[in-house]
Design a protein around this ligand. Structure first.
Ligand code: PEP
Ligand code: MG
Length: 553
């Protein structure tokens, strides 16, 4: 048996026979056409056929995964009508006298490269969508029918890459899981796999050969591994693991509807961290007490220009309404460092992580800041909406934020637009913010500790750098001392503190957080019930002072 590690896309276990899938590729030849009009017609008719195929796929996806994710095929239809995509093809045919296949292939490749070379991982992942529509057009032009992906018995697909349209057709073909060498966890293929609840591993470094066809395999989506040729004992072990995981989840469901209350009666908030609208439903399903961190930048990524106030308002209002009166904490646009889009107009910086990030960017762009704030204040008329400012490091920052808030509210009032009350929160993620947290809290309603960035800025360790893994200590005393300092400072002013970095979900740390007096933890929706279980099982009073003393002595 051989095991290969990749990126898990959906947690689940699948056991089946391998079907190697290789997309029939069209070898595109370039030739000169004499009748450009006829060639253009050939292209337009292929495009029409492609759009009608996409329309069918959209209906199929609506049944399989519902509207939100089926929209992927709407996006494909829009890409198919994209002005620069179409005019590049038209130009190659009518001015270059090239055949339609060549024009589509060259244009598709240049759009693919353009997306692939973007800095933002979300945009990079869109290159797979470009490939999907290009392949569709080329297949139609070359008379290749859509390839069946099916099996008589439950099968696991191995492929170099799966396009979104291939993925949505998998469930119909008795395919229970897949592993690909390419692909990213933020691709539409991955998003669809999650919605279809299909165990999948992507980015697996293996060579796919036809000999693998028919071999037994196991996909362990919990650990992100595919095992090829496992023996019976290993299959039995995996079946036990599958039963255990299912059992664990069933047990967790028992915790739905329960309070987050420790064995000795202390209540804490457990909120959800989200980045995309569908995750609001996950938060509701997993019984979140609210949204503790709405990473709002994800609405801005994947666009070619800033979203309008109305677009933002619609998203925030929907989230607030879905949460039915529970708090929704919207973090203002946190760009810079690894989150960059061309239209942000960020300058090249020698040290972007120490540069124009988070609130600093918005303070430099009050127009963008106000647009977002207006949408937030308007949404607050429809639910309990709060705002959280990232990367604050001085009291001066807070004064400038307050001034822009005052101007925003005055403008909305002058226009007679209904607004609601918006609680003001500061994200503590720089050592400076920790040290002045007693001053910051006097200018805010609540604090939230972003331990992901706080750890990187405290330890001076780039959070994206895998080489740092050997040096990073999860029970980091400096970090815990800082967290305690923030909690104590906020409590002096009777205000609340939440931890919203990844550490919040680590149940081995829950006792320490509770003993330090944390008021809330905000985690990925799927971590809410495991965390609630841990909270309910903890007797805070009995946590030995010795445990805590270790952090200070
Ligand atoms: C953090 O830094 O801990 C945080 C919550 O923000 P992000 O991970 O989005 O930077
Ligand atoms: Mg952060």
């Amino acid at each position: 048996m051989t095991g290969y590690n990749g990126k898990s896309v959906f947690k689940g276990i699948a056991i089946g026979k391998i079907t190697v899938y290789k997309r029939k590729s069209v070898s595109v030849k370039s030739y000169t056409v004499s009748d450009c009009e006829a060639e253009l017609e050939r292209f337009y008719s292929a495009k029409e056929q492609a759009v009608s195929q996409l329309d069918e796929l959209y209906s199929l996806a609506m049944n399989e995964v519902g509207g939100e994710d089926a929209a992927i095929f709407m996006i494909h239809m829009m890409m198919m009508e994209d002005f620069s995509f179409i005019s590049s093809i038209e130009h190659l045919i009518s001015d270059g006298y090239f055949n339609a296949e060549y024009a589509v292939s060259v244009t598709g490749q240049s759009f693919y490269d353009m997306f692939r070379n973007m800095d933002d991982p979300y945009m990079q992942a869109r290159s797979a969508d470009v490939k999907d529509i290009t392949t569709r057009l080329l297949d139609i032009l070359s008379g290749i029918k859509e390839q069946e992906i099916s099996s008589d018995e439950p099968a696991i697909i191995l492929a170099d890459e799966l396009t979104p349209s291939e993925t949505v057709r998998l469930a119909k073909g008795n395919i229970i899981a897949f592993a690909t060498t390419g692909g990213s966890a933020s691709s539409h293929t991955a998003i669809l796999a999650r919605s279809m609840k299909m165990p999948a591993v992507m980015g697996v470094p293996f060579e796919i050969t036809p000999e693998l066809n028919g071999k037994r395999a196991v996909i362990d989506g919990y650990d992100g591994v595919i095992y090829i040729d496992p023996d019976d004992a290993f299959i039995a072990y995996m079946l036990r693991k599958q039963a255990m995981e299912e059992n664990k989840y069933a047990l967790l469901l028992e915790y739905k509807g329960r309070e987050n209350i420790t064995a000795d009666g202390r209540k804490v908030d457990i909120f959800a961290n989200i980045g995309r609208m569908p995750e609001v439903d996950d938060a509701v399903y997993n019984d979140a007490g609210g949204i503790g961190l709405f990473r709002s930048e994800f609405i801005y990524l994947g666009k070619e220009t800033f979203p309008t106030e109305d677009e933002l308002f619609t998203v925030y209002r929907t989230a607030a309404e879905k949460m039915q009166g529970k708090e929704v904490v919207i973090r203002t646009l946190d760009v810079g460092a690894d989150r960059r889009m061309r239209y942000y107009g960020l300058p090249e910086e020698r040290n972007p992580a120490l540069g124009c990030r988070g609130i600093r960017y918005l303070l430099k762009r009050p127009d963008i800041f106000k647009t977002q704030l207006k949408a937030i204040y308007r949404a607050a008329a429809f639910g309990k909406v709060s705002v959280l400012y990232p990367m604050v490091s001085t009291v001066v920052d807070v004064g400038r934020i307050r001034k822009i808030n005052e101007e925003t509210v005055a403008e909305l009032r002058a226009d007679g637009i209904p607004i609601g009350e918006v609680r003001q929160g500061i994200l503590i993620e720089t050592p400076s913010a920790v040290i002045i947290s007693d001053l910051l809290i006097q200018n805010a309603d609540f604090l939230s500790i972003g331990t992901n960035d706080l750890a990187q800025y405290t330890m001076v360790m780039d959070r994206e750098n895998v080489l740092m893994n050997d040096f990073f200590d999860p029970i980091n005393i400096s970090l815990f001392r800082m967290i305690k300092m923030v909690i104590d400072n906020a409590h002096r002013y009777r205000k609340k503190v939440t931890v919203c970095g990844e550490m919040a979900a680590d149940t081995s740390l829950t006792k320490i957080f509770l003993a330090m007096g944390i008021d809330g933890l905000s985690v990925t929706p799927s971590e809410i019930l495991p965390l609630r279980k841990e909270v309910c099982a903890t007797d805070v009073g009995s946590i030995s002072q010795e445990t805590l003393q270790q952090l200070w002595n």
